[in-house]
Structure formats: C-alpha cells, structure tokens
Ligand binder design. Sequence first.
Ligand code: NAP
Length: 349
Amino acid sequence: MRTTVGWRAEGPGTTLRRTPLERRELRPDDIAVQVDFCGVCHTDLHALTARTGAQDAPLVPGHEFTGTVTEVGPEVTRFAVGDPVAVGNIVDSCGVCVMCEAGQENFCREFPTLTYSGTDRHDGSTTLGGYSREYVVRDRFVYALPAGLDPAAAAPLLCAGITVWEPLRALGVGPGTRVAVAGLGGLGHLAVKFAVALGARTTVISRTADKADDARKLGADDLLVSTDEARMAEARDRFDVVIDTISAVHDLGPYLRVVAMDGTLSQVGYLGPVAVETMDLLAGRKKLTSAGSGGTPATAAMLEFCAEHGVTADIELLPSARVNDALDRLGRNDVRYRFVLDMSDLSAG
Ligand code: NAP
C-alpha cells in the first residue's frame, strides 16, 4: 500500500477531517494521479448526510478532479508522468457487457465502480474519493485534459458537466432546440452553457429571480420563476427538452407541463422514487427520462467540445482545508456555481 492524505468522514455527520489514507500499489494498467483540483458536488453532500452512525464505512468524497500523472503501470501507453489529466465519477466497469461495449460504461450491467464508496472489482475494497492528494485509477477511466482548459474550472466538467452533456446530446439538442434548465446550480449552469454553445434557445427555471442576471450572463434568453404560476402557465408546452437538475424531491408536474408536444423531461438531479400524474405525460405525448454520468467516448468528446468552445465551470476556488465551509454553503445554495478545492495544501505537513 502507498499512503496519501485526504478529507474523510467517520461516524455520523458531515464534518470531514484531514487523515492519512491508503492507496493501492499500481496494477499494470493503473495510473497514479496527483489530485490538484476537486469539485464539490451536491452528491457529496447527499452521501455525507445519508450517514447514520458509527457503522458507516469511512467516506472520502470527491468524484470530479483534475491533476497530474505521477506514475504509470507497465501496460499504460496513453499517458506519461507529468501529463495533465481528469477523472470523473466512474473508475472501472466490467468492460464486456452490452453497455460497456457500446461505450456506456456508466450503465455497466455489473454496475460501474464509483470513484468513492464504490467496490473495487479486484480486491473488494471500498473506493476513497478525490478529496485527497493522490488517486490511483485504471487508465481507461483517465482523460487527457485538453490544453487551454483551466484545470481548476475544468474539474466540475467530469461529473456536473458530463451528467448534463450526455442527455443534451442524446436528445439531439442543437440549433433551434428550445431547452429549459431547471435549477441553476453546479449541474444547471453547465447545462445552460452547453445548451447555448450547441445553439439552443435556452431558458432557466429557478425558484426566485435572484439568478436572472447570472442566467443572462451564462447565455440564457430568459429566466422563469417556478413559483410564478402565470408565467409558468404561459410557458405551457414550450420546451423541446427540459433538463431538471433540482437537488431535492419536488413535484415534476410543473416541469412536465412546460415540455412541448413529443418533448422530453430529463430528470438528472434528485434521484429516487417520483410520483407522476400520467395526464401530464398524456397531454402532448411527453416523455420522462433520466441520465447519469457518461461513457468514456462521450466524456472525451465533451472535453474536446469544452476546449473548442471555451466552456468551463464558474467556480469559487478554496483551499481544501475549507472543505467543511464549502459543504455547509453548498447546502445553503450559497455558491455561484461550483466550489472547487485546491488540494495543494495537503502537500504541506
Ligand atoms: P447544486 O449546485 O446544489 O444545485 C441544485 C439546484 O437545485 C440549486 O441551485 C437550486 O436552484 C435548485 N434547488 C435546490 N433545492 C431545491 C428545492 N427544494 N426546490 C427546487 N429547487 C431546488 O447541486 P448540483 O451539484 O448541481 O447537483 C444537483 C443534483 O444532481 C443533486 O441532487 C445531485 O446529487 C444530482 N446529481 C446527479 C448526477 C447523476 O448522475 N444523475 C450526477 C451529479 C449530481 P435554484 O436556486 O435555481 O432554484
């Protein structure tokens, strides 16, 4: 085993503490990455708040990071020491099922290995995430970070970005498509940037008008306040695609009603059981779908698109020692629009 240091939760509660961590020695197709920047995803907060007691396994969150290759296994050919790279929320998959063969490792029939709180396919250990100074990862799940992308602002692309990129592409969003993005947070603001860059007419649906100026700066044409019943009624049957990134349980009705005939609501935010009034689907033959993360080809394509179109996240960069503040503020919706942790402070004693 090799040792590094990171931010770990033990027992109940969301507080993380700086702790030495073990990483595996490199397998032949592994890469060791010095984690330079790691995004703070709302999923990290969900994972921490779901902890109930001392019996929970220690948790090191973090599943969207950029860094530098420090060592490669003997079978690795795509990367060399010193390369700038990025890693997302999937670090392995079976590689042989129909989903993996289609380049959709995110839907691996044997379940993809998650970057944290996943189960390593070889030794059964629990994976520890990127809120740490080093990560050891199979080369297939490492992406070259294109030149020109700021490594701190690019880190959130690897979870927030790809999670909205795949459905936007799968739903054929392009010039002239009318897209609405519900919830302007980490995922939502990247969905707006992507939809705009793809040529869509883009609207934000938010709980208040507070983010209206930001929505326009991100390139959106409009912001609808979800509680403004008159404006939501005017927007009935308007959008070909609605990407719902809302992090809490909510009524899908208002968001389905603004979907156009034969259009689609893709719910990628809150994941769990939902109740749907079938009349909201029937009236207009509307479709409800979901998505999560992305396959390796789509992730590489997204990074190239970002380099070409200058798309990165709007971030607030904090030293990793401020991780608990970041999580606290994220829970209060006090971030525009993604916290990213600078992990270099973990190199100091
Ligand atoms: P975030 O930055 O906190 O943004 C969530 C946004 O949802 C908020 O900015 C807010 O937007 C809106 N919102 C929050 N509470 C709400 C409520 N009670 N009612 C209505 N709107 C509310 O979170 P994120 O990191 O973007 O993540 C969003 C969700 O996606 C989380 O649940 C996360 O776990 C999930 N996620 C899923 C995947 C996947 O694979 N499908 C991947 C990553 C994350 P406004 O202020 O504009 O209203």
